[in-house]
Design a protein around this ligand. Structure first.
Ligand SMILES: C[S@@+](CC[C@H](N)C(=O)[O-])C[C@H]1O[C@@H](n2cnc3c(N)ncnc32)[C@H](O)[C@@H]1O
Length: 416
């Protein structure tokens, strides 16, 4: 089999634990990237895993009047240090990562996207989340996570920042997708007065700016209502910036579970695939693989706004990443995997093991890092959902077994 994943390859996984209460066990979801050279630096401010000082904990308090009733948040104190971080740290230490780091950004009003339920009456609408374990709506006008409900509507004359626009487009449109399935219904006509409506699997733009743009990871990213979009753009931006440092210039990247291609396209733009690159420099390519066909138009819009100097081969593939995954791994130096919460598809996991270390006996191929097929190199955690027990971890894997500093020294001596 001709596999072009050249050793030593790096893989990075973005893991997520989404647990409402701290006593629940931690589960991690992974996003994988594979690269050739581990060049990276730490330029962003990083919160290391040291006990939080009393002064910092007194500052990072949720102070939300809905905390007891709303199911959105599960941690009221130390928002900059979710309890789950300790568990995650132990988890990664056991896997050989001693310098697990956790980065926290905006702690309030960080949420740019929210799916809220609308109930109540037209005189007194209730907009919020279900009460834990019920179908009762908790109205959350003073929510500290999103500023949507306090925000002034976008004013063409006065202007408004991107954040306001974003909140309006997503907080108004998504609830309508739930209440208005029939385009010809009486209520849908009434709703036509609003900005945009989602009908089943399509949406209609009615007024205002048609396209919604965010500047993340160094590029303008277009997201329509059907494309996956991260809830915390600022923290996602930090994650992307970190990830970019692990991807060598000129890599062949495959972005599996790509959504609208935010990760793949930001790598294409930032890993310097310039026209004027010399003949001996490697040529970068990016393939985005996504099952949701609706994301393609967002991908194409983003592509159209990439800087002119980006001159690498970039392709979109509307398909299931889990069917014939080897096809996507072959010829890739970097594999990014950012699956939905259910995690990586088994077929892809199998393919990653097969492609990474062909000599591992079949019986040992139980986990990505078992049998020394891959080893976990780094883990950077990001506070993507302050107030909850959900963190996202960019985990970097390299192909083959981990060599200790001692072994590395010995190897170098031998070479010389
Ligand atoms: C967590 S989102 C990640 C999106 C993107 N990486 C981002 O950060 O914007 C997971 C994406 O995987 C897609 N997906 C789910 N199952 C898939 C499959 N079997 N093959 C390809 N894409 C899939 C979903 O439609 C969704 O867009």
């Amino acid at each position: 089999m001709a596999l072009l994943l050249r050793p030593p390859t790096v893989a990075a996984a973005r893991c997520v634990s989404r647990h409402r209460r701290i006593h629940q066990p931690v589960a991690l979801r992974a996003k994988v990237v594979a690269t050739d050279s581990p060049s990276f630096s730490h330029e962003n401010p990083i919160l290391h895993l040291e006990p939080a000082s009393s002064s910092s904990s007194s500052v990072a308090v949720l102070q939300c009047q809905h905390f007891r009733t709303c199911s959105g948040c599960s941690q009221e104190w130390d928002l900059d240090r979710p309890h789950v971080v300790g568990e995650a740290s132990r988890f990664f230490r056991e896997l050989g990562v001693s310098d697990f780091i956790f980065e926290s950004g905006k702690l309030w009003e960080w949420r740019c996207r929210a799916k809220l339920v609308v109930r109540g009456t037209s005189e007194r609408p209730l907009i919020g989340l279900y009460k834990e374990g019920t179908h009762d709506i908790v109205d959350i006008p003073q929510c500290r996570g999103i500023s949507a409900l306090n925000i002034q509507p976008y004013d063409e004359d006065l202007g408004s920042d991107r954040h306001s626009l974003k909140l309006i487009s997503f907080c108004i449109m998504l609830p309508l997708s739930y209440t208005c399935r029939n385009e010809n219904s009486e209520s849908s006509e009434k709703l036509n007065a609003l900005a945009g409506i989602i009908f089943g699997n399509r949406w209609r733009h009615l007024l205002g700016e048609r396209d919604f743009w965010e500047h993340i990871g160094g590029i303008d990213i277009s997201l329509d209502p059907f494309s996956f979009g991260q809830a915390n753009s600022q923290a996602f931006n930090s994650l992307l910036r970190k990830l970019q440092k692990y991807v060598p210039y000129g890599s062949s990247v495959v972005d599996l579970y790509a959504g609208a291609g935010a990760i793949g396209l930001s790598l294409a733009a930032t890993r310097k695939c310039r026209q004027e690159q010399s003949i001996c420099e490697p040529f970068m390519s990016v393939r985005c693989v996504e099952i949701n066909r609706e994301s393609k138009s967002s991908f194409e819009k983003t592509l159209s706004r990439l800087p002119k100097y980006v001159d690498c081969s970039i392709h979109w593939h509307s398909t299931d990443a889990s069917s014939d995954p080897l096809h996507w791994l072959k010829g890739s130096d970097v594999v990014i995997v950012d699956p939905p919460r259910k995690g990586l598809d088994q077929s892809l996991l199998d393919a990653l093991r097969v492609i990474s270390f062909q000599k591992v006996p079949k019986a040992h191929r139980r986990y990505l890092i078992s049998g020394n097929a891959w080893h976990l190199e780094k883990a950077h955690a990001f506070n993507l959902f302050p107030g909850t027990q959900s963190i996202e971890v960019l985990a970097v894997f390299k192909r083959g077994p981990k060599f200790s500093a001692k072994n590395k020294k010995a190897g170098k001596k031998k070479k010389s």
